[in-house]
Design a protein around this ligand. Structure first.
Ligand code: GCU
Length: 333
């Protein structure tokens, strides 16, 4: 009787433990992947992630599905990276800048003016040596990158100060991403950086905790920052991609064929994203101008570039970042 009793108790425990290997905090099945990100449902990056999910499902004949948790409902980008590391979520979309404190190679994207233009950025991101290094470097800390999404050029925007050249940055309180390199950039410009999660920026601007932030045009419209920030300056200081990352152990549990499906879907969603992005930036610029009264300002870009030359020297010479700096520069020369 005792033995039978023990078996009856053990069966559900063993069963639950087996379910637990799917690693999900949300109790999803083994082939249902959970993806976390911090953008709204109408953001172009969300649309491309949805396309990624659709492609995975289609290519796997419905065997694998992707469930998206948008709007930062599972936390900030930092938290999303940590959840991906532990396997509590399977996938996350986060800015390369947010990855910098996990892997120093990613800091390269936050070095201001490391790319002269978007074409150079594309050249670097289509260089396999660059992407292999970036994507796989984090395997030992629990995740890999599958692909990137264009997140445009980052520009400065202020509540009420028009900035024409770098000298106008003096004392300006600017929100940056949780990235030491971005902190260094605003200091080099002469401003006062404050790093905070993206979800806090609107309120911080409104309350006057910060005078400014910097981002692509979707921040004005998709995140409503254009309601409080009335000047958008084309400083074009960074081109920081969004990265799709995946828990390494989860990826490795898939068969070769399934891994290929996931990789293909990721790459195709990046291509899909290019058009969605371009279209949205055009639309958002018009909406910000005409409906939100945001003024778009051309700046003396050279004055900004001059102010960060020392940073370039530091990155090129540092033991931590010298290699990736050279690799990236080599890819665009
Ligand atoms: C971009 C990026 C986001 C990021 C945000 C930020 O919008 O796409 O992933 O969170 O910048 O400034 O934090």
């Amino acid at each position: 009787k005792k033995i039978i009793g023990a078996i009856v108790v053990l069966i559900p425990i063993v069963f639950l433990a087996a379910c637990g290997t799917s690693g999900g905090i949300l109790g999803a099945g083994e082939n249902e992947l959970k993806l976390a990100h911090n953008q709204s449902l109408d953001h172009p990056v969300h649309k491309s992630l949805a396309e990624f999910g659709r492609l995975v499902e289609e290519k796997s004949d419905g065997e694998i599905s992707v469930n998206i948790y948008a709007n930062g409902q599972l936390g900030s980008e930092r938290e999303a990276i940590e959840l991906t590391q532990t396997g509590a979520v399977d996938l996350a979309k986060v800015s390369a800048s947010a990855l910098e404190s996990f892997e120093s190679d990613y800091s390269i994207f936050s070095v201001p003016y490391v790319f002269e233009d978007y074409q150079q950025f594309e050249e670097a991101m289509s260089n396999k040596e660059v992407t292999d290094r970036l994507y796989l470097q984090t395997e030992e800390i629990g995740f890999r990158a599958l692909t990137y999404y264009n997140a445009g050029e980052r520009n400065l925007y202020t509540k009420n100060r028009e900035v024409k050249d770098v000298s106008d940055m003096n004392g300006l309180k600017v929100r940056v991403q949780p990235s030491q390199t971005s902190v260094g950039m605003i200091e080099a410009f002469g401003g006062v950086p404050t790093s905070m999660a993206y979800g806090e920026v609107y309120t911080a601007l409104q309350a006057g905790v910060i005078d400014a932030a910097e981002n692509n045009e979707t921040a004005l419209v998709n995140n409503n920052h254009g309601e409080v920030a009335k000047y958008y300056m084309y400083t074009e200081h960074q081109i920081v991609p969004d990265m799709l990352i995946m828990n390494s152990a989860r990826f490795d549990r898939f068969s070769d064929e399934e891994q290929e499906i996931i990789m293909e879907a990721a790459e195709e969603s990046t291509i899909y994203h290019e058009d969605v992005w371009e279209q949205t930036i055009k639309e958002n610029t018009e909406i910000a101008k005409n409906e939100m009264n945001v003024q778009f300002v051309e700046v003396d870009k050279d004055s900004f570039i001059d102010s960060v030359q020392e940073m370039h020297k530091e990155f090129a010479e540092s033991e931590k970042t010298g290699e990736i700096y050279d690799l990236l520069k080599g890819a665009i020369e």
